[in-house]
Write a protein that binds this ligand. Sequence first.
Ligand code: ATR
Length: 269
Amino acid sequence: MDRYAVIGNPIGHSKSPQIHRLFAEQTGQQISYEAVLAPLDGFASTLQHFLADGRGVNVTVPFKEQAWTLVDQHSAAAAKAGAVNTISLQEDGSLLGDNTDGKGLVRDIQVNAGLSLRGLRVLLVGAGGAARGVIQPILAAGPAQLCVVNRTVEKAEQLASLFAEDGPISAAGFQWIEEPVDLIINATSASLGGAVPDMSPKLIRPGHTWCYDMMYAKEPTVFNRWAAEHGAARCVDGLGMLVEQAAEAFLLWRGVRPDTAPVLQTLRG
Ligand code: ATR
């Protein structure tokens, strides 16, 4: 049986083993998938140890950037994302690094939630690794404008110049903008500390603006509660993104893309 794993720290909360188990059942693929805790200073050796007889791994917080430096080749998506969330052991023993987060996000928004990004004015809040990983796929979906807003504006500006050739991207600080947009995506880690980025609620046009939090929790996230209080037309959390990025990884490893809808339904249930 081919072995796969997700490596992170912490990892106990990870839903990835359950998701991949459901994918394997559905597609009839004979695989095992486990959660592996790596010490904060021991990602490289944990990866090497697992891949001695494993076929591939998913990488999660806080090791995605380090994974990028350890693989032998990068997919186009991973190259610019600066982070790797999926590693495949190649026939020749080399490691291919991919990043399926952005594809997963865009698919969750466009297919699961049914909102086409084409022609939309989109705000991406945050300029860390999570934001960087999703910019190229968002731009590829053809928004009218993607504005990266961040508490530390210099980091948003750096991302806007890094991706300038990929589409209409700009940068701003939290207090610079008040015009309503069509979609706000929260890619900050603020929710982890129970905080909401300090942005104007005027960015939300009641009944029109959609809000998407890349985080998820059993209860609505603080960002989505803030959005709902200010009249957002729809608030979506990141559970669908998690399942979709996993499906993309499964496709890379096994050559078959699982149907994500029943898996998402099971997780939500
Ligand atoms: P990740 O890999 O999850 O993106 P990161 O690289 O540490 O983590 O980036 C965290 C992001 O969340 C940054 O954009 C950070 O803003 P700064 O660059 O100004 O630090 C943002 N962030 C974290 N806590 C926040 C808060 N309370 N309000 C607003 N932004 C916050």
